[in-house]
Ligand binder design. Structure first.
Ligand code: ATP
Ligand code: MG
Length: 409
């Protein structure tokens, strides 16, 4: 049951938070918690970030924090956001706002003192809940409580208009839908997302990529991704989406759950795409993905088709996480658990035989040493990483073969 006052939760007891609230004082009725912290506490979910709304203007917020010995960072001062950093935690304090102008990408805002006005410019009813830190009283201007209880995601106001103000709200819709939207589908909102999807091209690629990453990192975004596909939301920024994206993502997530594996963002991303390095590169370039992500893609795409017999070799050439993802993405149903078993409680070994050992066996220092060492390593990998005894045998054999080759030449 969702009550109409804020339940007690651990985050509210942080000394740093109490200090921040104390220095903000009680002008204009005092600050209120807003957004995710209120929503998730009402649902009994853990809270990572606490957002605070205040009628004080940003300069006043900064002055009060500094006078109280709290570090104030002007993170988004033109939008009214000041971050209070205390005891290793950050609290985002944002001045009440009203939109003056919007262009689908950014808003020009004016500071305000009216809570209802501030609520009206937020995206969804469940994100526009405020709570009084002292009394726990909830301020709900758009029936967010009712929607939260019904797991219904609803735009505040007219969905088409709200999307035209900021096209990112389309992707936010599908992100919050994946988190909270198990209830009735809002056909009008979905239609508005479909209609506005072309506007996503107006956004920076980084913002699109960040929001997509957030969707893909959720426990189970399949229903959202399916809705995005059927409503043409991917087409403007991800035409490379594979024909079986929803199915492949669902398969990956089912395997993650069965095998109790942690979510890997590169793997989830790849599940949406064809296993084709050139096409994946194009996507990565368009969405300006980080080098780390691109390298993660490349490692997973260049690995051979996963089998229990070669999965350790994949881990050896890349790393355990890559090998695990490759198995989860591309192995057959019966091979997945077998591949994972190969990786479990196994540490990537290193070849104990060194160049010096080969010289002791009679090789001359020079390029032959590296070449022979490589041949030994390949044989060692093919034999499944045997121990030092077998490595020495392989070394002796390979050196002898190399020596007789040079004699023949
Ligand atoms: P999360 O748990 O993902 O942090 P959140 O609700 O706190 O959820 P944020 O993205 O941190 O989401 O944004 C904080 C609040 O700011 C939202 O709850 C919403 O009220 C408002 N908000 C954020 N982005 C937008 C947007 N593009 N349009 C309208 N309101 C927004
Ligand atoms: Mg937040």
């Amino acid at each position: 049951m969702i009550g109409n006052s804020l339940p007690d939760a651990e985050w509210q007891h942080a000394e740093g938070l109490k200090k921040v609230l104390a220095v903000l004082g009680d002008a204009y009725g005092g600050p209120r918690y807003v957004g995710g912290a209120v929503r998730d506490t009402l649902l009994g979910l853990p809270v990572a970030d606490v957002d605070i709304a205040t009628a004080l203007v940003p300069m006043d917020v900064i002055d009060r924090l500094e006078a109280g010995g709290i570090k104030a960072i002007p993170t988004g001062i033109e939008h009214g956001t000041v971050t209070a950093a205390i005891d290793g935690k950050n609290y985002e304090i944002t001045t009440l706002r009203r939109d003056v102008a919007t262009d689908g990408r950014r808003a020009t805002v004016a500071f305000a003192t009216d809570w209802h006005e501030d609520a009206a410019r937020r995206d969804f009813t469940i994100n526009a809940l405020y709570a009084d830190p002292e009394s726990g009283e909830i301020f709900d201007y758009f029936n967010g409580l009712g929607d939260l209880a019904a797991h219904r995601l609803r735009f505040i106001g007219n969905a088409n208009e709200r999307i035209a103000e900021d096209f990112l709200r389309i992707l936010r819709y599908f992100r919050f839908f994946a988190r909270y939207g198990s209830g009735e589908l809002d056909a009008e909102a979905i239609a508005a997302c479909a209609k506005g999807a072309h506007g996503l091209t107006a956004l920076s690629r980084e913002r699109i990529a960040q929001e997509l990453a957030r969707i893909l990192s959720l426990r189970d975004p399949v229903a959202s991704i399916e809705l995005m596909i059927t409503n043409g939301v991917f087409a403007p920024f991800l035409p490379e989406l594979s024909g079986s994206a929803a199915h492949d993502l669902q398969k990956l997530i089912a395997r993650e759950q069965q095998c109790a594996q942690i979510i890997s963002l590169p793997a989830r991303f790849l599940a949406l795409l064809n296993r084709d390095a050139a096409s994946v590169d194009k996507v990565a370039a368009r969405l300006k993905l980080s080098n780390k992500m691109r390298e993660g893609f490349a490692r997973r795409l260049t690995a051979p088709s996963p089998k229990p017999a070669n999965i350790r070799a994949t881990a050896y050439h890349a790393d355990i996480e890559t090998a695990r993802d490759v198995a989860m993405l591309y192995a057959t149903d019966t091979d997945v658990p077998k591949c994972l078993a190969q990786l479990e409680q196994w540490e990537i070994p290193s070849l104990a035989v060194k160049g010096g050992d080969l010289i002791k066996l009679g090789l001359k220092a020079g390029p032959m040493v590296a070449k022979t060492l490589q041949a030994i390593e390949t044989a060692w990998i093919n034999e499944g990483f045997p121990d030092i005894k077998r490595q020495n045998e392989l070394a002796a054999q390979t050196v002898n073969a190399a020596l007789s080759d040079t004699k023949d030449a």
